[in-house]
Write a new protein. Structure first.
Length: 163
């Protein structure tokens, strides 16, 4: 449930002023043009013929989908990337939860039998908690949420020149 809430929250933050700044920014110059060509010709090509393709196509496909669904403007160019970012946050959260909370993968369940254990090497019983340390995914999620909010506030303050 935690990764979903964080992903939803981050998606909401990304939607806030998604159409700003106006115009093409950074690599959008290449990706949006390529996406427009994909929509118009079905391939990346100028009207005069084929062109040298440098940037990978997946980003152009995503932007083309956004243009097709929402129109050829800033919001349409950026919405698919915002969705992909939120989906990535959700998937990484699920993977982290599976790695660090699963009873088969958690550190406090490791138990080694045999000569190493009897010699005291790598001997971690099922009751040991690594000296009281245990990974806390809720702490990571809370830290990530606070970090995202702080960075977004700083971004708004700097871009609005409120300082």
């Amino acid at each position: 449930m935690g990764p979903f809430i964080i992903a939803l929250f981050s998606f909401g933050l990304r939607l806030f002023h998604l159409g700003l700044p106006k115009g093409l920014v950074f690599d959008e110059v290449y990706y949006v043009g390529g996406a427009r060509e994909l929509l118009h010709y079905g391939v990346e090509a100028k009207s005069s013929g084929p062109e040298f393709i440098v940037h990978p196509p997946v980003g152009k496909w995503c932007i083309a989908l956004g243009i097709k669904l929402f129109g050829d403007h800033e919001f349409g160019w950026r919405i698919s990337v915002a969705v992909a970012g939120a989906l990535t946050i959700y998937l990484v959260g699920r993977i982290a939860k599976r790695l660090f909370v699963s009873s088969t993968m958690s550190v406090d369940r490791i138990s080694v039998s045999g000569p190493q254990s009897s010699a005291g090497i790598l001997g971690i019983s099922s009751n040991t908690n690594m000296g009281g340390w245990k990974f806390n995914p809720r702490g990571v999620v809370l830290f990530s949420a606070v970090f995202i909010v702080v960075v977004k506030i700083i971004d708004i303050v700097i871009n609005r020149k409120l300082i």
